[in-house]
Design a protein around this ligand. Structure first.
Ligand SMILES: Cc1ncc(COP(=O)(O)O)c(C=O)c1O
Length: 280
């Protein structure tokens, strides 16, 4: 069993491959965090690292042919991996959990896109159920999704990989269904990391970088709602845990080495905490 992955999916697949007794190979960018690599290896998987993330897909196909294996190809199939009409998918769980809230039908659901599977499932679900909810995708720097959505084109590519693991791709992945996304928010990487650290501190549990992107995107929409005098709820997702990023996003030296200054963004988050006004 072979998969191209930025890491998180491969951790789960390694677990299940071992459960059914199949050898598993994860084809991943060389920049993948060592903690994720260790987890995949812990579950008996092998990590095949490539220097250029754009070659991941071809490399996975090559390995598939070479060993007579099966390439899972989440970037094509994630949008159809679950029944988006319901049946205990992520969208149904969100709306069920929201039943106990003062505004049970969210004004916005804000998610990131890696495969695009999560946004496709939620976007299709809210349309199918005719909920008065809009879906926004928060996109990091160097991602092709924003440009692809904006110009309604699947041909957009970028020449630099995303620094926020799990989200932002150099091409518009086949699983990204732009037609069910109502808005996209571009989030600077330093803002994602500032928000990731801010949320981790408030919750008392470390969250990963894409959670920071989601939260920054959500605050942008919340501020629009506040300015328009609207009330309602905004739902976002906590993606992976921050323990995987102690050597990167939580490490100040790593930030300096990448030329990222999170200070101005952290100040805006602190100000939001004090005043309820977000000047992002
Ligand atoms: C940490 C993290 N955040 C967000 C995502 C994005 O989810 P999706 O692939 O459904 O677009 C992933 C994806 O695989 C991920 O690993």
């Amino acid at each position: 069993m072979i998969e191209a992955s930025s890491g998180s999916t491969a951790v789960s697949e390694a677990f299940f491959a071992r459960l059914i007794g199949l050898p598993f190979v994860a084809v991943m960018p060389a920049s993948t965090s060592p903690e994720k690599i260790a987890l995949i290896e812990f579950y008996g998987g092998r990590c095949h690292l490539v220097d250029d993330p754009a070659t991941m897909y071809d490399e996975a196909r090559r390995l598939e042919a070479e060993c007579g294996g099966h390439y899972m190809d989440q970037f094509t199939y994630a949008e159809r991996a679950t029944d988006w009409r319901g049946n205990n998918n992520i969208a149904e769980s969100i709306f069920e959990q929201m039943q106990a809230e003062p505004h049970p039908c969210p004004s916005w659901v804000v998610v990131g896109a890696g495969t695009g599977g999560t946004s496709a499932t939620i976007g299709r679900f809210v349309r199918y159920r005719r909920f008065n909810t809009r879906v926004a995708v928060a996109d990091p720097e160097n991602s092709a999704f924003y440009g692809g959505w904006d110009t309604d084109s699947s041909d957009v590519v970028t020449d630099t990989p995303s620094r926020i693991e799990g989200i932002g791709r150099m091409r518009v992945e086949p699983s990204f269904v732009g037609g069910v996304i109502d808005d996209m928010v571009r989030v600077p990487d330093a803002a994602s990391i500032a928000a990731m650290r801010w949320v981790s501190r408030i919750l008392g549990r470390p969250v990963g970088g894409s959670t920071g992107t989601n939260v920054w995107g959500s605050l942008t929409l919340i501020e629009q709602m506040r300015a328009n005098g609207e009330s309602g709820s905004v739902v976002t997702l906590l993606c992976d845990g921050g323990d995987r990023y102690l050597d990167t996003y939580f490490n100040d030296e790593w930030l300096v080495s990448k030329g990222l200054d999170i200070t101005p963004y952290s100040e805006k988050l602190e100000e939001f905490g004090r005043t309820g006004v977000f000047a992002g």
